[in-house]
Ligand binder design. Structure first.
Ligand SMILES: [Zn+2]
Length: 368
């Protein structure tokens, strides 16, 4: 098997980075009319800066207001709006970026990723997660190319709700545990190749950065302050986690996330919040030692990530529902089958309930 490492062409991050968007695109040869797929919050925050930066770069652009769900219907609306565009820009949270990326792929246009929250590891990747219009996980869409440019405006990130930042830590927390499993099992990464030492090292650095800087960074973000710890966490949530997951691979934690979306009660919870509980479930499934379980429990409780089913809108752990979630988690093609042993629904149901029990014992206040 060939080793494959995948990454965006260019990564820019920092205070007021949006002001550099036009010139950066110009420098990379991304000229011509641009369509910005913008979440409403991104448009509110950045529309004045877009006007100035694209004027400076002499680039025409139009804005398509993102409909809220990364569904086939929304992707078709973007594709229709982009008929005269030479480049697509996504601005907002994970779903706005994913929808813009999928539309750019359909049109074979270059894609520029401008996350305004550090809430997940999607911005750097060549992967869009497609949902139904009702918010249930539908499919992964692998696109041909990673973004030509990822530009993260840290000033925008600290204006977003702190809960989004926490959720990004949940998504980033999974990176090393899933990478470790994939590397040990010699399974394929998200680009169909073997992992590299580079990808594994980035995943491990992601984990170390979260533990070292996560709580201090979250404290600053709660006050909308931009500090070096926040910059390091933005990089961990966006770049390290993105490169780590894509080029090392996913395992049980993300499959548990997909399983949880089968319960409509979880739809108000963020991707990274469900992934965090997926990490705990994966470690239980893998028989991880108590010290490691406690490290994850403590980190999640410190940064406000759920460690129980109750913390994800599923109090009382209805057994029929847990079975439905477990069935969805082990669906054919799910990344849980990257675990180095056969996994079936009863094993996952027990791991979900055992993780929930650990979480309740560790943090009685977290409910459930
Ligand atoms: Zn994720």
């Amino acid at each position: 098997m060939l080793s494959v490492f995948s990454s965006p062409g260019h990564y820019v991050q920092g205070r007021d980075a949006t002001a550099a968007l036009g010139p950066e695109m110009l420098r990379l040869g991304l000229t011509g009319p641009a369509l910005i797929v913008a979440a409403p919050s991104a448009e509110r925050l950045l529309s004045d800066t877009w006007r100035a930066t694209f004027k400076a770069a002499d680039t025409d652009y139009t804005v398509h207001r993102f409909g809220g769900e990364c569904s086939r219907a929304e992707i078709a609306r973007i594709t229709a709006a982009a008929q005269n565009a030479a480049v697509l820009i996504g601005a907002g949270g994970g779903k706005a970026l994913d929808a813009a990326r999928a539309a750019a792929d359909d049109l074979a246009l270059p894609f520029v990723s401008c996350p305004t929250a550090a809430s997940n590891d999607a911005p750097c990747s060549a992967l869009s997660v497609i949902y139904t219009d009702d918010g249930e996980f539908d499919a992964y869409q692998l696109v041909a190319r990673n973004p030509a440019l990822v530009l993260v405006d840290s000033s925008a990130v600290v204006q977003a709700p702190a809960r989004l930042f926490s959720a990004g830590m949940g998504d980033a927390l999974a990176t090393w545990y899933e990478a470790r499993t994939c590397v040990a099992g010699h399974v394929k990464n998200m680009r169909g190749g073997a992992s590299t030492r580079s990808a594994a090292a980035l995943a491990e650095l992601c984990h170390r950065t979260l533990l070292a800087d996560g709580p201090a960074a979250l404290s600053a973000v709660r006050q909308h302050l931009l500090t070096p710890a926040v910059e390091r966490l933005i990089e961990a949530n966006t770049l390290l986690s993105g490169l780590g997951f894509e080029s090392s691979g996913l395992a049980a934690a993300h499959a548990v996330h997909n399983g949880l979306t089968a319960a409509p009660q979880t739809h108000d919870f963020l991707h990274g919040e469900k992934v965090a509980f997926g990490v705990l479930t994966q470690l239980v499934l893998e028989g991880a030692p108590t010290t490691e379980l406690n490290q994850v429990l403590e980190f999640c409780c410190t940064v406000g990530l759920p460690v129980t089913l109750g913390g994800l809108g599923l109090p009382g752990a209805d057994l029929a529902l847990v079975r439905t979630i477990a069935e969805r988690t082990v669906a054919p093609g799910e990344t849980i089958h990257n675990e180095p042993f056969l996994v079936d629904a009863p094993m996952v149901a027990d791991a979900l309930l055992a993780a929930d029990s650990l979480g309740r014992e560790f943090s009685p206040a977290s409910g459930g």
